[in-house]
Design a protein around this ligand. Structure first.
Ligand SMILES: NC(=O)c1ccc[n+]([C@@H]2O[C@H](COP(=O)([O-])OP(=O)(O)OC[C@H]3O[C@@H](n4cnc5c(N)ncnc54)[C@H](OP(=O)(O)O)[C@@H]3O)[C@@H](O)[C@H]2O)c1
Length: 242
């Protein structure tokens, strides 16, 4: 297969699980990451060793404007025309509302909303016609978030972006969708105190967090099924139905 998929935040958690399921199916990968270079190198070697695919890794912090240019230039230099872009990396800010600064608010907005919009603006002409874009939204874009106002609002914006971008990507024959996960067992969640995890589990009908691997199957389906367009697929295990 000669298709390349770009995944932001593709070296850990949800992004890594997406990378692995796609590598297994023969896709080449460009995985970006924020700070953990050692992890990126390990993941690159592991995926290259297990599957006969090309895997490139690139440090590109989604809170920095320069990363847009860095990713676009990398695609140009290697003449890569991605079949799919998975805007997966995201940031939060847990500073209480009363103390939150404008800079913190702007950082989350830049990373979760501005960054994918302006990277897509820059590279949409390079994507393979018939390809697609997938965002990682969040169940917290549907429900009010009790901790981070900026996170909840930006993930709602991501869901809205999906619907609106469909019209702007139609001339390029690019589909646009999102997955809105509930609670997924990644470092992001594992770092939470045990009592908070228990309280979350008690609200999920299935009584447990989602594994990154079961979530990744939805991304593969969206990437490969040519009739998904403008959809935000929630995967919550039945959150709030308990
Ligand atoms: N876990 C959940 O329950 C859950 C639920 C709903 C939505 N989500 C969303 O899912 C996405 C991934 O979350 P996750 O749980 O898989 O997180 P994770 O396990 O912490 O993995 C995060 C990945 O993103 C990269 N990353 C982090 N900060 C970055 C930055 N500033 N610039 C570029 N890359 C950065 C990390 O690379 P480095 O470590 O090298 O920085 C890593 O590859 C996020 O958009 C999150 O909002 C998660």
């Amino acid at each position: 297969m000669n298709k390349c998929i770009l995944i932001t935040g593709g070296t850990k958690g949800i992004g890594y699980a997406i990378a692995e399921i796609l590598a297994k199916s023969g896709y080449n990968l460009l995985l970006t990451f924020g700070a953990d270079q050692q992890q990126a190198i390990t993941v690159q070697a592991e995926l290259r060793g297990k599957y006969a695919v090309k895997v490139e890794v690139l440090q590109a912090d989604i809170s920095e404007k320069s990363s847009i240019d860095k990713i676009a230039s990398f695609l140009d230099a290697d003449d890569i025309h991605p079949f799919s872009v998975v805007f997966n990396a995201g940031l939060t800010c847990r500073t209480p509302f009363e103390q939150m600064t404008l800079e913190e608010w702007e950082r989350v907005f830049f990373a979760n909303v501005h960054f994918p919009v302006f990277l897509l603006q820059r590279i949409c002409g390079k994507l393979q016609s018939g390809g697609n874009v997938v965002f990682t939204g969040s169940l917290m874009g549907e429900y009010a978030h009790s901790v981070s106002l900026a996170y909840g609002v930006t993930k709602s914006a991501v869901h809205s972006l999906v619907k609106n971008l469909v019209k702007f990507m139609q001339p390029y024959r690019i589909r646009v969708n999102a997955v809105a996960p509930g609670f997924v067992d990644t470092e992001w969640q594992k770092n939470k105190p045990a009592e908070i995890r228990k309280s979350i589990e008690s609200k999920i009908a299935l009584g447990r967090f989602c594994s990154p691997e079961e979530l990744s199957e939805i991304y593969k389906l969206i990437i490969e099924n040519n009739y998904f367009n403008g959809e935000v697929i929630t995967m919550s295990g039945g959150y709030s139905f308990r």
